[in-house]
Ligand binder design. Structure first.
Ligand code: ZN
Length: 244
């Protein structure tokens, strides 16, 4: 009985907290990116960090980085528009081998237009595949999308997305995200941060060099589904090296 009471009492509170947290930052107005660092004491990296993302990727040094080793299964998961982005949470079973470790894919989401640039070029859409290792350190694989052939994985995302924000739906069984990764698995590598509050640093960034195609119609649909541009402005390099 006590447990039930506690649950009933905590539900409205949890809901209010999450709504406040969700509304506390945005991409325009008083809670736009230039204000993030002042909105919450724990978000100080957003305006004081030295290794912030996104960046314009230029003048990489050659590091002979091996092609990315992806292990993709058919992830069960769920999809939602969380108020900031279209967000797909996946269960364990997808990983990347990097630095002699396995990094589990936790979630992926979309930014339109792209947050990172490559040689001054911006792309209509960027996907962030967020990974963590056994020590819970973060690694993001970013993929740029350009207009071209229709993309099967993006189609699945568009069709599975609930109409209403904060409502989630299960992904259809046996989906594949392979078509959201380019054939050529070479990438740029650098150190950066989360591109949303709390802007935590120490994140390994791998930006795939080859973009992936999606139809113009799909790019328009996903941009519309995102509702607002959700890209943080470019951040200074502060002497960071980009390797390729
Ligand atoms: Zn992101």
């Amino acid at each position: 009985m006590q447990k039930i009471t506690a649950v009933l009492l905590s539900l409205p509170l949890a809901w209010i907290t999450s709504v406040l947290a969700e509304n506390h930052w945005s991409y325009k107005g008083d809670t736009a990116p230039e204000h993030w660092g002042n909105l919450n004491a724990q978000w100080f990296f957003c305006n004081q960090g030295q290794y912030q993302s996104p960046i314009d990727i230029r003048d990489p040094v050659t590091g002979n980085l091996p092609p990315l080793n992806l292990y993709l299964s058919s992830p069960a998961g769920s999809i939602t528009h969380n108020g900031h982005t279209i967000h797909i949470t996946v269960e364990e079973g997808n990983s990347v081998a990097l630095d002699r470790q396995h990094w589990q894919l936790k979630q992926f989401h979309f930014h339109a237009p792209s947050e990172n640039y490559i040689n001054g070029q911006r792309f209509p859409l960027e996907v962030h595949f967020v990974h963590a290792n056994s020590k819970d350190e973060g690694m993001v694989v970013a993929v740029m999308l350009v207009a071209g052939q229709a993309n099967p994985a993006l189609e699945m995302v568009l069709n599975a997305l609930p109409q209403r924000q904060h409502h989630s739906a299960a992904l259809p069984p046996n989906v594949s995200f392979a078509s959201l990764f380019p054939q050529d698995k070479h990438y740029y590598r650098f150190s950066g941060s989360l591109t949303t509050p709390p802007c935590t640093e120490g994140i390994i960034w791998l930006v795939m060099k080859q973009p992936v195609e999606a139809s113009q119609m799909q790019l328009s649909r996903i941009t519309q589904a995102l509702r607002n541009a959700n890209s943080r402005p470019l951040q200074p390099l502060h002497g960071r090296q980009i390797t390729e």
